[in-house]
Design a protein around this ligand. Structure first.
Ligand SMILES: *[C@@H]1O[C@H](CO)[C@@H](O)[C@H](O)[C@H]1NC(C)=O
Ligand SMILES: *[C@@H]1O[C@H](CO)[C@@H](O)[C@H](O)[C@H]1NC(C)=O
Length: 214
């Protein structure tokens, strides 16, 4: 038997397996936050020590404080808040919006996001990759469900008169967030002004002004 087809099959299998979080190789692998060992994910707690509370998070009925510059607040339930999520490739979040509040343009490097509106009216959108950079946008009402494909820049805005609430599911235990404005204009240390002035085709003082906000 030739080894080449088997190797090819392995490659295909691997590329599928690594498209999101690694597949679990046991029933569960509750995160042990005290382990000094670094792996891709978090080391498992001894299964015999695992308790029901390792699979529980309480508090998503509570509203986040939206008194901030953007008028929104994300309450994340990832492997950090819920250790039982480790290796399972899934997490969730509650997003609260003040009237006119936005969840600013951001991306989750490791997850697709599916979002449903629990209360209010929310304008959502995402932008496709280069070269089209097409904006795909929709107004969502209570009960509507919308999906933001993995890695794409997306945003939400409360366009109703009252508070709005959304619940999101994410296809990673640790989706990650890159808020575009903070990453580009608020990095530590700064990306130098000349680079951003050329990238954004503006005067360097405009760059300094934006950088000063972060
Ligand atoms: C989100 O709300 C929580 C709970 O009210 C609060 O502790 C946190 O500071 C808020 N985050 C932001 C970014 O406003
Ligand atoms: C919400 O956050 C603001 C700004 O940090 C703070 O002044 C206010 O007391 C907080 N509200 C509650 C209910 O915690």
């Amino acid at each position: 038997m030739s080894r080449v087809p088997i190797f090819g099959l392995l490659l295909v299998t691997c590329s599928i397996a690594f498209a999101s979080d690694p597949s679990p190789l046991q029933d569960f692998c509750v995160a042990d936050p005290n382990s000094p060992v670094f792996v891709n994910g978090v080391v498992c707690k001894d299964a015999k020590q695992v308790q029901a509370d390792d699979f529980l998070f309480r508090g998503l009925h509570q509203m986040g404080n939206t008194s901030n510059d953007v008028g929104s607040n994300v309450t994340a339930v990832t492997v950090v808040e819920l250790p039982g999520l480790n290796t399972l490739g899934i997490s969730m979040a509650r997003i609260d919006f003040a009237p006119m509040g936005i969840n600013p343009p951001h991306t989750h490097p490791r997850a697709t996001e599916i979002l449903t509106v629990i209360e209010g009216s929310i304008l959502v959108g995402f932008v496709t990759s280069n070269p089209e950079n097409r904006l795909i946008t929709k107004v969502l009402e209570k009960g509507d469900v919308f999906v933001f494909p993995q890695g794409l820049i997306h945003f939400q805005k409360n366009i109703g008169h009252g508070y709005a609430i959304a619940i999101a599911g994410l296809s990673s235990q640790n989706p990650g967030v890159i808020t575009i404005a903070n990453a580009v204009f608020g990095s530590n240390p700064d990306i130098t002004g000349d680079i951003l002035a050329k990238a954004f085709q503006v005067d360097i003082n405009v760059v300094y002004q934006i950088q000063s906000k972060f």
